[in-house]
Every structure is written in structure tokens, then in C-alpha cells.
Design a protein around this ligand. Structure first.
Ligand SMILES: [Fe+2]
Length: 414
């Protein structure tokens, strides 16, 4: 007999998007019949969507909140029945209490060392979710929780002053908005660390970065989730989110001006032409300039509904190419010092035509890691695998990533 769970008076949201509410949510756990697992199903009864029900469909996970403040995650869901807009059904992989069971959460690591622990990430999710509900209810933000999370992030980042991040590892969770805020805060703090900010500055930077996109709560879902290109008018509206964010944070007690500036200025460009105020250079606060780098980098390296993520290498190339002089060179320099361009385990091409595997990064130069040559310039596999510290061989340098599929390199090589 299938096990059924019912929740009543439920709010539905995803990241910074409020989707709507329903009178009842029913979860029907799929039975196991012999060796076969039947799919689990769910039904939203009395569903009221803020916009179209389609807004539900492009997401992978949904969050549900009941009146008593309990939160649940419905992961990997698919809507299968919308014949009646108020009663919508579908199948999903999992239904769990959100903050007790978090199967997909990984720690943020350098590949070797844990930087941001699971516990802190879960706390950060919880604080973002509370912020959503406070803003939706028309209140200011209770900064206590965000402040605590920011302090923990700062502590954890400061514990590993020499760590070089491998950004392949930083992705930890499916929902873009939740993950994005934590990633942007972590990346911003690592840049702050490289710029020798004080602990107090770091804490404000963390709060600002965690809340940098809070103004998106005022942007209609139809614009936020739009699949195609925004019309001029929609884009204008989208461009108001930094101002909205600043307003929300100004209404909230205990948030410093420099933290609010992160929300207001993270889309300004160093050479001018950004929004909302078209500021230039140091007219933009340092925290705004830091968050701009972290925000774009994380967006480029994340899968979005409309495009596939770039590799860290490609994204770093875009950021540093000068193609688009959005960023403060001093901040970019600090960013490059903290993040590996060639993560351990990746294959790289060298200027003499050989191919190598990256073993570990050198804190003093992210473009000169310790490598192991795996194929010579003619493409022949090396019998003797030679380990080379590129810091000691100035004539040898990396020209870019190598394509493993063309190399016939197997997992055993790693
Ligand atoms: Fe933004």
C-alpha cells in the first residue's frame, strides 16, 4: 500500500522566486513491487500560481513551506498533469524535509581541503529562504541570521589562507539561486582575502554578497524565468533589481552601507556603462567591484535553462581577456591568485606540443602548477611518467586545456 503524506496551506518557492501557494500538497511514495520501484507522485490541490503554471516546469527542485515554518524539498520533479490548473500532478524523485536531509549537498572544497562545510551551506540556504519570506511579507530583513552565516563563511575562508580553489568543486546544488548566493559570497570572500580585507570588512562583504540579488524578489517571475530574449521594457524592469535590493536592505536594520552597496552596484562596470547608475572606476565601491567579478564568474560556470555552463578556463578567459572591460584589474588580479585556472586532474597542452596532467597548484602562480607529462610532442604516450614543477622550468608553459577525448587517456592515467 503506497505511503501518502499530506501538507496543508503550503507556500511554493524556488530560490529567489515565489511561485505561489496551494491548499494541499499530497506526496504518494512509489511502492517497490518485486525488484521494480514505482515512481513517486505528487499533487498540488487548490494551486494558485503567482504567474503561469509553466513557471514551475523549468525548475528541477521545488521548496515547500508550511505555516509552522517547516520546509521541504521536492527534487527532480516533472509536471505530468495540468489539465486542471488548480490541481496539478507530477512525478518526482524525492520528497524530504529540507534542512534535515540534504542528499545532494557537497562541501565546497579545493579538491583536497574542505573550504565551506555542509553545515554552513545548509545554514546559508535557510537564511536565504527566511529572507524570501520576510521580503514577501513586506518586512525588512532580519539580518541576524545572515550575519551569523557570513561570519561562519569568513571563519571558514580564513582558516585556509593559502588554499587555491578549484571551481569545478564549488558547484554543490541544483537550484541556481540558492547555490549562486553562496558561491558569490564564497568567491567574494576569497577575493577579499587576497586583498587583505579586515575581518569586519569581510563580514560586511559576505552579508552584501549573500543578499546581492535580493531585489529580484520584486521582479515578476515571467521576466526572471523567461526562456527567450527579454523585450526592451522587460530588460528595463530587470535592471531595476539592484535599486530594489538597495531599498529592501535600507529598510532592514543592522545592514551596513557598504553591504547595501553590493546589492546596488554589482552590475556597474569598471569602464562605465553598467546599471543602474552608469558609475565608473572607483566611483563604484570596492565591494561592488568584487561582487561584480564573483557574480559573472559564477553565472558563466553554471548551467542555466538557456545555455550550458562554461568550463572555469573558458570563463576565466572571458573575464580576463579585456574584451569587455567590466572589471577592476586589481580585483581581477586578486581573483586569479585565488582560483586555479587548471584544476588538479585536468589535462593541459604545453608550448612544446606535449600534454600533461595537472597534479597540484602552486600558491605563488596559478598558471604554473605541478604537472605530469603524459604524452610527448608527437602525441606518443610516455612510458616513464615525468613529474614537472612548472615553477622550475621557465621555458615550458601551458598554452591551454587539452581535450582528453583526443588523447586516448584513461581514468587509470589519473
Ligand atoms: Fe544581479
Amino acid at each position: 500500500m503506497a505511503q501518502t503524506t499530506k501538507l496543508s496551506d503550503v507556500t511554493i518557492f524556488t530560490g529567489y522566486s515565489y511561485i505561489g501557494s496551494c491548499k494541499e500538497f499530497v506526496w504518494i511514495q512509489g511502492d517497490r513491487i518485486g525488484s521494480k520501484q514505482m515512481p513517486s507522485r505528487f499533487i498540488f490541490r487548490g494551486l494558485v500560481c503567482e504567474y503561469d503554471v509553466e513557471a514551475l516546469m523549468i525548475r528541477k527542485d521545488l521548496y515547500l513551506r508550511t505555516k509552522d515554518g517547516k520546509e521541504y524539498i521536492v527534487s527532480d520533479f516533472q509536471i505530468t498533469d495540468i489539465s486542471d490548473a488548480e490541481n496539478v500532478g507530477g512525478v518526482a524523485r524525492n520528497f524530504d524535509l529540507l534542512f534535515e536531509k540534504f542528499p545532494e549537498l557537497k562541501s565546497i572544497t579545493t579538491g583536497e581541503k574542505v573550504i565551506i562545510t555542509k553545515k554552513t551551506q545548509v545554514q546559508a540556504f535557510k537564511s536565504v529562504s527566511d529572507v524570501i519570506h520576510q521580503v514577501k511579507a513586506g518586512h525588512g530583513i532580519d539580518v541576524k541570521q545572515t550575519d551569523e552565516v557570513s561570519k561562519k563563511l569568513v571563519d571558514e575562508v580564513l582558516q585556509q589562507p593559502d588554499a587555491i580553489m578549484n571551481l569545478m568543486d564549488i558547484k554543490s546544488f541544483d537550484d541556481y539561486t540558492f547555490t549562486h548566493n553562496i558561491n558569490v559570497a564564497t568567491i567574494s570572500l576569497l577575493i577579499g582575502l587576497a586583498l587583505n580585507l579586515s575581518r569586519e570588512e569581510m563580514n560586511d562583504l559576505g552579508i552584501g554578497a549573500l543578499l546581492h540579488d535580493v531585489g529580484k524578489l520584486k521582479i515578476p517571475l515571467s521576466i526572471l524565468n523567461k526562456d527567450g530574449k527579454l523585450t526592451d521594457q522587460e530588460f528595463m524592469e530587470m535592471k531595476s533589481h539592484p535599486t530594489y535590493g538597495y531599498e529592501i536592505l535600507s529598510k532592514s536594520k543592522g545592514i551596513s552601507e557598504r553591504a547595501r552597496m553590493v546589492a546596488l552596484q554589482h552590475h556597474e562596470k569598471f569602464q562605465g556603462g553598467g546599471y543602474p547608475r552608469r558609475l565608473k572606476g572607483i566611483e563604484i565601491s570596492l565591494f561592488g567591484r568584487i561582487c561584480a567579478v564573483a557574480d559573472v564568474y559564477d553565472a558563466l560556470t553554471t548551467d542555466r535553462p538557456y545555455r550550458v555552463a562554461m568550463t572555469p578556463y573558458e570563463a576565466m578567459k572571458i573575464l580576463t581577456s579585456g574584451m569587455d572591460n567590466h572589471f577592476d584589474p586589481k580585483v581581477l588580479g586578486a581573483f586569479i591568485r585565488k582560483f586555479s585556472l587548471y584544476p588538479a586532474g585536468s589535462l593541459v597542452a604545453l608550448n612544446d606540443g606535449s600534454v600533461a596532467l595537472v597534479l597540484k597548484n602552486n600558491p605563488s602562480s596559478v598558471i604554473r602548477p605541478v604537472i605530469k607529462i603524459v604524452a610527448d610532442s608527437a602525441g606518443r604516450r610516455m612510458k616513464e611518467r615525468v613529474e614537472v614543477n612548472l615553477l622550475e622550468y621557465k621555458d615550458l608553459f601551458i598554452t591551454g586545456p587539452a581535450d582528453p577525448s583526443k588523447m586516448n587517456i584513461t581514468a587509470s592515467d589519473k
